[in-house]
Design a protein around this ligand. Structure first.
Ligand code: KG4
Ligand code: ZN
Length: 343
């Protein structure tokens, strides 16, 4: 590899309900980040319908890639490697991105780099924090994942805590549905909570026996449902904003306590958050305060880089590429790909 040459990665993300592509220069400069969201399409069903997601990806993918190249003012000839999410995610959705990336890599004779979706989320922190280097601890909170991770180096991850049941985003989405806010629940709970009292109802913050860094959100979700049932039975008016704010407060407490405990246990002075739920304003505020009190540097991506996007995949692909990790044309979608695993 020539040492002073700029490296351009074209990255593709299609693991769930966003068709996304980006061009990333030298790992941390985002030249374009195009996201075609399917949220409106899935809203009427109250959640993502896998087959609809796959069909929409196939319709949109070339358009999104063309736009990403145009906005970056580069041609396929300028691209050094193709990065693509190959897991975890919905298999049919992943296959669209993987097949597209393989086709481009094959046609242009350029390297193919399969990226772990969650490693992409973590890497989103490198975009706006140019000084951030591993090691650090990252809390990944998305629709499907809640993981506490030690980022030992680029591409070297150690999971030190995870959810035993629902992911944080899943809890937001389910509670939002229960209180009639609809899908996707996270941003709606975030917004309405600003009008509610976070201490109006004391919801439980579950601890996992013998695993201080693990999470459990299913009890919290049930507690919210029980509260609503109790109000209905006793003819007490349901205050949606108070329920939302109190639920959100319980999630904040669970995340902050484990996050700070992890920093303490590992003697780490750098802490980052990532994933769709990391764009939650109460979560960001609480971590900023707690980290400041402990003299820990706190990192978080802008909301556009928290939810699914191609830029984060391009960043992760860059570090894989410069470390010599590439894939063959037999790359397949791996819906249950584990963090740190290389297939
Ligand atoms: O990372 P992401 O876009 O997709 C996955 O990889 O899962 O995360 C989507 C999740 C959804 O559950 C959504 O409700 C949640 O992130 N989310 C939020 C907020 N914005 C998105 N949760 C809480 N507050 C938000 N502001
Ligand atoms: Zn995601």
């Amino acid at each position: 590899m020539e040492s002073n040459k700029d490296i351009y990665i074209l990255a593709i993300e299609s693991s769930c309900d966003e068709t996304a592509a980006a061009v990333v220069k030298n790992g941390r400069t985002i030249l374009s980040n195009v996201i075609s969201s399917q949220i409106a399409l899935h809203t009427i069903y109250g959640g993502v319908v896998p087959e609809i997601a796959s069909r929409k990806h196939i319709e949109k993918i070339n358009q999104v890639i063309n736009q990403a190249l145009d906005e970056a003012k580069v041609a396929l000839d300028d691209i050094d490697a193709i990065g693509v999410t190959y897991g975890p995610g919905l298999v049919g959705a992943l296959l669209v991105g993987v097949a597209e990336a393989k086709a481009i890599a094959f046609a242009r004779k350029i390297p193919l780099v399969g990226v772990h979706h969650i490693e992409g989320h973590i890497s989103a922190n490198y975009i706006e924090n140019k000084e951030l280097e591993p090691p650090f601890i990252c809390l990944v909170v998305s629709g499907g994942h809640t993981h506490l991770v030690v980022v030992n180096d680029y591409g070297k991850y150690e999971v030190i805590g995870k959810t035993r049941d629902d992911a944080a985003g899943e809890a937001f989405d389910k509670v939002a549905r229960a209180i009639g806010l609809g899908y996707p629940g996270g941003p709606k709970i975030d917004k309405i909570s600003k009008e509610g009292n976070p201490y109006a109802i004391k919801f439980p913050v579950a601890k996992v026996e013998g695993a201080p860094l693990d999470f459990s959100f299913s009890g919290l979700k049930s507690a919210v449902l029980n509260h609503i049932n109790m109000c209905q039975m006793k003819n007490i008016e349901i205050n949606t904003a108070d329920i939302a704010a109190s639920f959100q407060q319980a999630v904040v407490e669970a995340l902050v306590s484990r996050g700070m405990e992890a920093c303490e246990m590992y003697g780490m002075k750098k802490f980052a958050i990532a994933g769709g739920v990391a764009s939650n304003s109460a979560i960001r505020q609480a971590f900023a305060k707690e980290c400041e009190e402990r003299n820990i540097s706190f990192y978080y991506p802008s909301p556009i880089f928290c939810t699914d996007n191609g830029a984060m995949i391009g960043v992760a692909a860059y570090y894989e590429y410069i470390n010599g990790v590439t894939h063959g044309y037999d790359l397949n979608a791996v819906p249950g790909l584990k963090l740190g695993e290389r297939i």
